[in-house]
Structures are given as C-alpha cells and as structure tokens.
Design a protein around this ligand. Structure first.
Ligand SMILES: [Zn+2]
Length: 168
C-alpha cells in the first residue's frame, strides 16, 4: 500500500494558483480573492471554499472541476469544493497583482475603494483606459461581452475598452 503523503496547506494554495477564471485566463482564482478557505480535514481529504465573483457566474462549475482536478493531482483522495455563501465577493478582494494583470490583458480593473467608500458616480468613473492610461473615460454600456464587464470609451485615445465591473 502506498504511504500517505502529508500535503501542506501551502502546497494546496500554490496548486490553486493553477486554476483560472475561464473568463479571465491570465489571473488565478487565488489572485482574484475567490478562495475563502482551505481545510485539510485529514491526510487524504481537502475542503476548498470559494466565493464566485458574480452570483450565477456560469464559470463556477468549470472552476470547481479544475480545483478538484488540481487537488487530486496533489494526492488527495477526497476533495470537496464548497461555495461560500456567507462571504460575498467584492472587487476589493482582488490582489493588486491581479489588477495589474487585468490591465495588461486589456481589461480596466475595478477602482479600488477606500474604507467605507460608497460606489458613487465619481468612484465608478475613476477608470483608467488600459490602452493609454487616461482617466478621461465614460461608460458606454453596463453590459459587455460577459456579465462582469462593462464597456467604456476613452476620450483621450478615442478607443473603446472593457472594464471589470466593481462589486461591493
Ligand atoms: Zn485611452
């Protein structure tokens, strides 16, 4: 019989870095702030809790499958992926590195919110164009190619771009 390998929580987190949101393939679900918990209940079982970025996100099934696959690869015999209903995802859960990657991907990141700051018109318009960096931009449509994106226009370089919508 094979010996039971001790898998550390650290190894679990780094394996989770391999799971991406299919809508934004450059960013891992860890960088997105979607993983709310990792629990090693025994040497052979792992429970991963995640919160979807948008309720009804169609990609959630795929991500759950990817997580399970990664955990099986690590050596867990049993994997449970739970959707965390107590924690709701906000765009501030995104790591700064994720926002930089989003911008490089051509998608304007959601604005960072100050403590207790409301999503006012002014905050919502604090969006930098990913092409030229100008903040002279305006909302064209609240609905982009996916639920979590909006379409904006940059007055400076006269190009349209998509933004990952802020969520509070
Ligand atoms: Zn621009």
């Amino acid at each position: 019989m094979a010996e039971v390998k001790n898998i550390s929580e650290e190894e679990v987190w780094s394996a989770l870095e391999n799971v991406k949101d299919p809508e934004i393939p450059v960013i891992s679900i860890v960088e997105m702030g979607m993983i709310t918990g990792v629990e090693l209940t025994s040497t052979s079982k792992c429970v991963v809790t995640m919160t979807p970025t948008f309720v009804g996100c169609p990609a959630i099934g795929m991500m759950k499958k990817d997580i399970a696959e990664q955990m099986t690869k690590l050596g867990f015999e049993e994997v449970e992926v739970r959707v965390d209903l107590a924690t709701s995802w906000t765009s501030d859960r995104m790591q700064p590195e994720a926002k930089r990657k989003l911008e490089k991907f051509g998608l304007a990141p959601p604005p960072s919110l100050l403590a207790d700051e409301e999503l006012s018109e002014e905050v919502l318009n604090r969006v930098r164009c990913p092409h030229c960096g100008s903040t002279d931009t305006t909302l064209r449509s609240s609905f982009g190619s996916t639920l979590c994106r909006a379409i904006r226009f940059c007055f400076h370089c006269k190009q349209g771009f998509e933004q990952f919508k802020p969520v509070q």
